[in-house]
Design a protein around this ligand. Structure first.
Ligand code: DGL
Length: 273
């Protein structure tokens, strides 16, 4: 396997860019091929079987780009599909759950952890199971927050509507006296300031996007698969973006959250894979 090959990153849409952004920050030499399944989102309200099928197709597409490793940036796809797809691929593949769970276990002092995510992520119980396997006895409380994704996509990151919805969703977790909250959905790191204010200063917020980039870095180093430094690639050579629909809308959103302007996003027919 070519150590200078790109890393494949995928999500149901734009949200996984929060993971791509962390990889760009923490592994600035690495190339990325990103796929956002904008034709078929949201994944958060779909069944396990459907999310597994979509993930398998995307992995087949990413393999055509000769990626050296795959990151499932989507929490829902990580929850439902990681174990299933891992059986079928012979390159390293990681999701966001393990890194987020490990950071939460490290952060909690009172052993009460809250998880927020899509309906699928919370119903799957994957975060809770992973955390309890890492540290038996920890109490885990999940809460689905389905309105957060559209609020972020509407750009209402700092808005009284978002404050109101956050306080309604999070009140059940505050009542449990959690001291750690996992932002278990790609979009939630973009609501960090609202969530921090709502939960109060005593609650640690865990961002699985950040933790996943840390895990990826460790993994590539341990396998001696990290890219050579100083390749001087242009932005277009280094980062490639593919979607299944609405390429221009994706490009504009990506430009708003990534450090550099995204010049091109290519639409493909994912059903062909
Ligand atoms: N990317 C999804 C996740 O992290 C959120 C958006 C969706 O439901 O597709 O779970």
């Amino acid at each position: 396997m070519d150590k200078n090959a790109p890393i494949g990153v995928f999500d149901s849409g734009v949200g996984g860019l929060t993971v791509a952004r962390e990889i760009m920050r923490q592994l600035p030499e690495e190339r990325i091929v990103y796929f956002g399944d904008t034709a078929r989102l949201p994944y958060g309200s779909k069944s396990r079987r459907t999310v597994i099928r979509f993930s398998e197709q995307i992995i087949r597409f990413l393999r055509t780009k000769d990626v050296k490793a795959i990151v499932i940036a989507c929490n829902t796809a990580s929850s439902f599909a990681l174990e299933e797809v891992r059986k079928e691929v012979d390159i390293p593949i990681i999701g966001v759950i393990n890194a987020g769970a490990r950071a939460a276990v490290g952060a909690t002092k009172n052993g009460k952890i809250g998880i927020i995510g899509t309906e699928g992520t919370i119903a799957s119980g994957t975060y809770a199971d992973t955390i309890r396997n890492m540290k038996p006895g920890v109490e885990v409380f999940g809460k689905a927050c389905p309105l957060f994704v559209p609020l972020v996509e509407e750009g209402l990151l700092h808005d009284t509507v978002t404050d109101e919805i956050a306080s309604r969703y999070l009140s059940v977790l505050k009542e449990k006296y959690i001291d750690t909250l996992v932002l278990g959905c790609t979009h939630y790191p973009l609501l960090r300031s609202t969530l921090a204010r709502t939960m109060g200063a005593d609650v640690a917020l865990v961002n699985p996007a950040y933790e996943t980039a840390v895990q990826l870095k460790t993994l590539l180093r341990s396998m001696e698969m990290n890219c050579d430094a100083g390749q001087n690639l242009s932005q277009g050579e280094k980062y490639q973006f593919f979607v299944s629909d609405m390429a221009e809308k994706f490009r504009a959103f990506a430009t708003s959250i990534l450090p550099e302007e995204v010049k091109e996003t290519i639409q493909i027919n994912i059903e062909e894979y």
